[in-house]
Design a binder for this molecule. Sequence first.
Ligand SMILES: C[S@@+](CC[C@H](N)C(=O)[O-])C[C@H]1O[C@@H](n2cnc3c(N)ncnc32)[C@H](O)[C@@H]1O
Length: 231
Amino acid sequence: MQRLLPGEGIFPVTANSRSVETNQLGPHAQLEKTVRRHLAHPFLKPIADHTRQAFLLAQDRIASTNARPIILDSCCGTGDSSRTLAAQNPSRWVVGVDKSASRLNRERQDEPLENLIFLRADLNDFYRLASAAGWQLERHYILYPNPWPKSVHMGRRWHGSSVFPDIVKLGGVLELRSNWKLYLEEFQIALEIAGHKGGLKSFEPESFLTLFEKKFHESGQPLWRMVAKLS
Ligand SMILES: C[S@@+](CC[C@H](N)C(=O)[O-])C[C@H]1O[C@@H](n2cnc3c(N)ncnc32)[C@H](O)[C@@H]1O
């Protein structure tokens, strides 16, 4: 059976993606110390103006209708997953966030959905703004985040970043997917340190939520999913 994503004809995907190579043999030796440090100390880096404006835009739009639960699609890339989630959940707001304007702006033929908001924003700032504003998500997807597989870059993975406590505070059912199991194992450990339990399993996609999912699957790579109920 042939499975297509919206826009696939415009941006063909080649299925020759290499699996993640890392110099780590297991979870990073500094993971626990790093997570505990971030949980104990607020992240004080100034918020960039463009992300503040993007956040306020989303706040206004969300406030302009009757209250609806929010599904956040972090690192949404070209936004295919956000479109699918918005179509499947017409009574929810779906907020797709990515820092790359070129990915977000890729032309799409489909009609804009009334419950879908796309934002170009840096999630290092967006997460802090949303948690400070008291956002409580219904669901939160982080699908195929950049792996940063070199040991020295562990601090760039979401669970090793200073903003990790805000990701946890946003609550909801959090789902991460990756072709790199170790990323999700580390995230699971970080969540445990923060007092939450996540379940990690491999899965066979029945349909593809994102272009990366399709690319990795068709390259023969196993896919992994970590789900945690944070509130
Ligand atoms: C590997 S791509 C995955 C995209 C999409 N989820 C998919 O599966 O097709 C990772 C995405 O994360 C975005 N990203 C990385 N760091 C980010 C940040 N700090 N704020 C917002 N987006 C970020 C990148 O621009 C990129 O689009």
